[in-house]
Write a protein that binds this ligand. Structure first.
Ligand SMILES: *Cc1c(COP(=O)(O)O)cnc(C)c1O
Length: 449
């Protein structure tokens, strides 16, 4: 047992003490956490949702606010002793509104999935109709998949992309007019082109639907003006805080021009309904320490450093898309307009094999289905590459080309055995691993860990 010699005076004392205790008294857990730091530093993550938090955000998430129960919304916390939770929540809300130019922000949702469900359950009765993008076409489970709550509790109509990988807006309109959904969801998890939020709003207005935009994947690009913003186009927007925003695991609900308008068919406004949708309808007390971390991340997202990182995300995605095309790979959608590059594999290499073989070499990337994919979601024929974590390593044009070149050499070397198995010569594997190691050294995650 560690002996307490004097009371802990501040947050820094507490963190130092916590880390020392962890090392001294729970070596098993400490070793796993250290192994993860090593893994993240010595692999290249091309996972399209991935990014590393700033140390300041990490520290804020570990604050003593975790000890406070503060049921209720900002300004109306029920419990005693909530004055600092109140201050931190107001700060996070102010920053979220400023960053996105929103009238309304709710920073309590524990995740983006929760945030989507909070909005849906507030606006829909079980069995009501929603229209969302199919997972197989790049949508998210919460947008109407039968495997999730969204598809099980609502009558979910799904739209997708054309064979070229572009959202088929005419089809969306026809589906909306035919099925008259109460809510239309837009925003994707695997879509490399701009989403036309204004077009979606026109369709929603024509069909008498409420538009919910989910910008979990592109929130940083939206915040820095590199992707059109849905804040005023959609009635409600949700985002997670742990992808491009480099914050803690959590969600935010936003609303712009419609925040204080009455909801069709209801006697209340969006902002009032959204507050109730989170508490008391779906959550209890918020995770105040995570709200502090959201405030830290949202503050960082207003910095010049963050802006530069978002610029790098875009240029790296452009460069990688071109580099794959130069090697005669099909890039779905023809190019990237965000952080995502969706590549169709060839030569009998399935997504499952590519993911496993590249992972073995230290390049972490997800398999993904591509338009008209003959293979199942477990196998797939594509790779979904994201440039968020590479931008944080400041991978430049030269580095982007080197990485694509390495990926292509690895894929050319792999010998597939069916759909999931493969062989890769041990000598070459060692060679590829050391090339990844060199890239990780040349482009370190220095500012982040
Ligand atoms: C990642 C993602 C989510 C889910 O976020 P969680 O916070 O992990 O629940 C929701 N919607 C979209 C479009 C996403 O890409």
């Amino acid at each position: 047992m560690a002996v307490i010699t004097e009371p802990l005076k501040n947050q820094a004392d507490l963190l130092r003490r916590g880390l020392a205790d962890l090392r001294a008294e729970d070596a098993e857990l400490a070793a796993i956490l250290d192994a993860e730091v090593t893994r993240q530093q010595h692999t290249l993550s091309l996972v399209s949702s991935s990014c590393a938090v700033q140390p300041r955000t990490l520290a804020a998430s570990a604050s003593v606010l975790v000890n406070v129960t503060a049921e209720g919304m900002s300004g109306k916390h029920h419990s005693a002793g909530c004055e600092n939770v109140e201050r931190v929540e107001s700060l996070a809300i102010r920053r979220a509104r400023q960053l996105f130019g929103a009238q309304y922000a709710n920073v309590q949702p524990h995740s983006a999935s929760n945030a989507v469900y909070q909005v849906l359950t507030a606006l829909l009765e079980p069995g009501d109709t929603l229209l969302g993008m199919a997972v197989e076409h790049g949508g998210h489970l919460t947008h109407g998949s039968l495997a999730a709550f969204s598809g099980a509790y609502y009558k979910a109509i799904q739209y997708g992309t054309t064979a070229d990988g572009l959202i088929d807006y005419d089809k969306v309109r026809l589906l909306a007019l035919a099925h008259r959904p109460r809510v239309i969801l837009c925003g994707a998890s695997a879509y490399s082109r701009e989403v036309d939020f204004k077009r979606f709003r026109e369709i929603a207005d024509e069909a008498g639907a409420i538009l919910l935009a989910d910008i979990s994947h592109i929130a940083g690009l939206v915040a820095t003006g590199r992707h059109p913003s849905p804040i005023d186009a959609a009635h409600v927007t949700v985002t997670c805080t742990h992808k491009q925003l480099a914050g803690p695991r959590g969600g935010v609900i936003l609303s712009g021009a419609d925040a204080n308008t009455k909801i069709p068919g209801l006697r209340t406004t969006f902002s009032r309904l959204l507050d109730q949708a989170v508490y008391p309808r779906m959550q209890g007390a918020p995770a105040a320490n995570m709200i502090a971390a959201k405030a830290a991340a949202l503050g960082y997202a207003m910095s010049a450093a963050f802006d530069a990182c978002m610029a790098q995300i875009r240029s790296t995605a452009d460069e990688m898309a071109k580099a794959f095309q130069a090697k005669e790979y099909e890039v779905v959608g023809g190019c990237s307009e965000n952080h995502t590059v969706l590549v169709r594999l060839r030569g009998g290499i399935t997504g499952a094999i590519a993911e496993a073989a590249l992972g073995h070499c230290g390049i972490i990337v997800s398999k993904h289905r591509v338009p008209e994919d003959p293979r199942s979601a477990l196998v797939t024929s594509g790779l979904r590459i994201g440039t968020g974590a590479l931008a944080q390593r400041r991978v430049d044009v030269h580095g982007s080309r080197q990485i694509v070149d390495l990926i292509v050499r690895i894929l050319n070397t792999v010998a597939p055995l069916g759909e999931q198995d493969y062989t890769l010569e041990p000598l070459l594997l060692t060679q590829f691993r050391s090339e990844v190691e060199t890239l990780c050294r040349d482009y370190p995650l220095a500012d982040y860990q």
